[in-house]
Design a protein around this ligand. Structure first.
Ligand code: HEM
Length: 408
């Protein structure tokens, strides 16, 4: 470990992310210290931050030297209690366990599941948008929750209220540092408490599905075999948690941030209204622009070197998608929101063996939202202060007051 000679930036300073101007900070890092040692303020440790597209991409594809086993969230409960989730949960495992777990989880994301989910998501979203039209205004951060609500209702075989309960819990987990999600009790204990409640909910589902199997994630994992044996209860619970958090706490932030982006760039919305063939490139640009999952963490398995910096075995290495996706070496005019951007080699879903397994689901959800907004020719403007999640891991609005400016 070496300390940074020049820049004094702390990527654990959440104010940096809440203010929404974090791109300037990453531009500085990319230019001056692309492999940055972010020391803890008390000098007790720290982590490496990779900020260039090339380094982030290479690191994603180097699982032999960079392990996922100690968790992908810095300081998160998985890291400190890495013995419990490590090797059992998709996102916190390495080969060969990871490959097996991923194969077993795949049927939960099959095309027919996504088709059923699409119908439900479209129903929920249409209803919500019609309500927004009737009222003339809304908090779009709430409207956006209808996306994962529909997806997870189908994936976990839940009714609408149960899906909402799961959403409330995953929001408490991911927003455990944010008083607006948790109230006064924000902190590590809130994270543990939310996680325990999700496990209770999943445990109840396991009991139900043992009695009456369905086509949902829990039933799929109950049926699955790992090296000839059934999955253990904790393997099932951890992977349900992974899918629930991955599903609930990403797309609503992306959706709200996309609406904010279109409100700020109405010309790009006009282009989409005129040219439906731009929908796919617009979706990619939304995923790049929002970079909802700001970073993932790896742990060095051996001493290694990246960009001339020596990284010691055991040190934490963070891969900043939100920086890579704005790297001027790869994206022409990265600060431009351009729905026709081609090529668009964004890393919003990661890369390599852990590349987001829910990518198609996310694509489907945001596509449905865009299609339904465009079908109503709904133009939304921001009508009040935007509040952002207090986190450096997930980025996006927790409150986005909007007004309907015009439609049809
Ligand atoms: C905009 C939406 C989304 C973004 C930006 C996103 C981002 C990511 C990223 C960057 C990874 C790689 C993690 C790593 O390399 O350590 C990942 C993995 C994962 N995502 Fe997503 N995700 C999204 C939506 C979803 C959805 C909708 C689901 C589930 C329904 C989901 C479930 C997962 C799971 C289970 C993994 C772990 C995969 C593995 O380790 O093999 N994600 N996601």
């Amino acid at each position: 470990m070496t300390s940074a000679p020049g820049l004094d930036i702390d990527l654990n300073d959440l104010d940096l992310f809440v203010r929404g101007d974090v791109h300037d900070t990453f531009a500085l890092l990319r230019r001056h210290e692309p492999v940055y040692w972010n020391a803890d303020p008390d000098g007790s440790g720290g982590f490496w931050a990779l900020t260039r597209h090339q380094d982030v991409f290479t690191a994603y594809n180097d699982p032999a030297r960079l392990s996922s086993r100690h968790g992908t969230v810095m300081g998160g409960s998985y890291r400190r209690r890495s013995d419990s989730a490590g090797g059992r949960m998709l996102i916190a495992s390495d080969a060969p366990e990871h490959r097996l777990l991923r194969q077993r989880a795949h049927p939960a994301f099959r095309t027919d599941v996504m088709e059923r989910a699409g119908v439900v998501v479209r129903g929920y979203v249409s209803e919500a948008l019609d309500r927004v039209l009737a009222d003339g205004r809304a908090d779009f951060a709430d409207v956006a929750l209808e996306l994962p609500r529909g997806l997870l209702a189908v994936m976990f075989g839940l009714d609408r209220d149960e899906a909402l309960r799961l959403l409330t819990l995953t929001r408490r987990m991911i927003g455990h540092q944010d008083p607006s999600c948790i109230g006064d009790g924000a902190g590590e204990m809130a994270l543990v408490a939310a996680q325990m409640e999700i496990f209770d909910l999943m445990n109840a589902l396991v009991t139900q599905r043992r009695r009456k199997p369905g086509q949902d994630v829990v039933s799929i994992l109950l049926e699955a075999r790992l090296n000839g044996r059934p999955m253990t209860e904790s393997e099932i619970l951890y992977n349900c948690l992974n899918i629930a958090v991955g599903g609930d706490e990403t797309t609503p932030f992306t959706a709200a941030a996309a609406v904010e982006a279109f409100a700020e760039h109405p010309d790009q919305y006009d282009r989409l209204l005129e040219r439906s063939d731009l929908l796919d490139s617009a979706l990619n640009e939304i995923f790049r622009w929002t970079s909802t999952n700001a970073y993932v963490q790896r742990t060095a398995r051996t001493d290694l070197e990246i960009g001339g910096q020596r990284i010691a075995a055991g040190e934490s290495v963070t891969l900043w998608n939100v920086s890579a996706n704005f790297d001027e070496a790869v994206f022409e005019r990265p600060d431009l929101f351009d729905v026709a951007r081609e090529p668009n080699r964004h890393l919003a879903f990661g890369s390599g063996p852990h590349r987001c397994i829910g990518q198609n689901a996310a694509w489907l959800e945001i596509k449905i939202l865009l299609e339904e907004l465009l079908a109503r020719r709904m133009r939304l403007t921001v009508a009040g202060p935007v509040r952002r999640l207090r986190s450096n891991f997930m980025l996006g609005p927790t409150s986005l007051p909007v007004r309907v400016e015009s439609h049809r």
